[in-house]
Write a protein that binds this ligand. Structure first.
Ligand code: 5RP
Length: 242
């Protein structure tokens, strides 16, 4: 059930228009996020295929912004390729806006993130931002978090124990692989993907798992939740505010 402070608005598409593909929906929300970018500001930029659409759109107004703080090596490379200056997060005390995608978002702006393995830097940049604008297609909107395998960045020597700890919570954790080897994140660590969880209380879950020794970052974003969600739907971009 949506919370009472949830307000929505939609930009309706004509009924005669063809159904948009998921890629087109990503482009729509990526472009829609430009309305939250303030002239002369440094923008927080997330990671993933939806954010890549936002980066493309940002390129069209690059002369109006000062630059970006990026949440991954991949996004940094894209931003620089477009001529957008990328600042070290330590050199920027505060960001007005952070734009990023999500793997799931619920009716309160809580999210699961980390499908692209960039969750740690994403949480860092989100934490230094006043407003999180989440850009997703409608398939990402859920009632309860947990159907998407939960990404957790971990210190490799803790992997076995953490798998046992997740099993005690009803989850099954597997080490994410790339080319047959454990994927190594931008921070030199590994990712566990945990299935079988039902995250009814995202803040309590994030608090608990963040304290397990060896967890670098859990992909539940409840404390760095979204204030705005731009949702790509068959009838256009819906704006959800929390
Ligand atoms: C990367 C992320 C992404 O924001 C998330 O996986 C969504 O990606 P996409 O826009 O490609 O669906 O958290 O770590």
């Amino acid at each position: 059930m949506p919370p009472s402070d949830l307000s929505t608005s939609a930009t309706a598409a004509s009924a005669a228009q063809p159904v948009l593909t998921q890629d087109q929906l990503k482009t729509l929300v990526g472009q829609a996020a430009l309305q939250y970018v303030l002239p002369g500001e440094i923008v927080g930029v997330g990671s993933g295929s939806t954010v890549n659409k936002f980066i493309e759109a940002l390129g069209t107004i690059k002369h109006q912004i000062k630059g970006a703080v990026s949440s991954s090596v991949a996004s940094t490379e894209r931003l620089r390729a477009l001529g957008i200056e990328v600042f070290d997060s330590n050199d920027v005390p505060r960001l007005a806006v952070y734009v990023d995608g999500a793997d799931e978002i619920d009716g309160h702006g809580n999210m699961i993130k980390g499908g692209g393995a960039a969750l740690t830097r994403e949480k860092i940049v989100a934490a230094q931002s006043d407003k999180f604008v989440c850009i997703v297609d409608a398939s990402k909107l859920v009632t309860t978090l947990g159907a998407f395998p939960l990404p957790v960045e971990v210190i490799p020597m803790a992997t076995r124990r953490l798998m046992t700890q997740f099993a005690a919570k009803g989850g099954t954790a597997t080490v994410r692989k790339q080319n047959g080897q454990p994927l190594v994140t931008d921070n030199g660590q590994h990712i566990l993907d945990v299935t079988g969880l039902c995250i009814a209380d995202p803040q309590a879950f994030e608090t608990e798992v963040s304290q397990w020794p060896g967890v670098v970052t859990v992909g539940v974003f409840a404390f760095q939740r979204a204030q705005v969600c731009l949702l790509g739907t068959v009838s256009g971009v819906r704006t959800l505010t929390y």
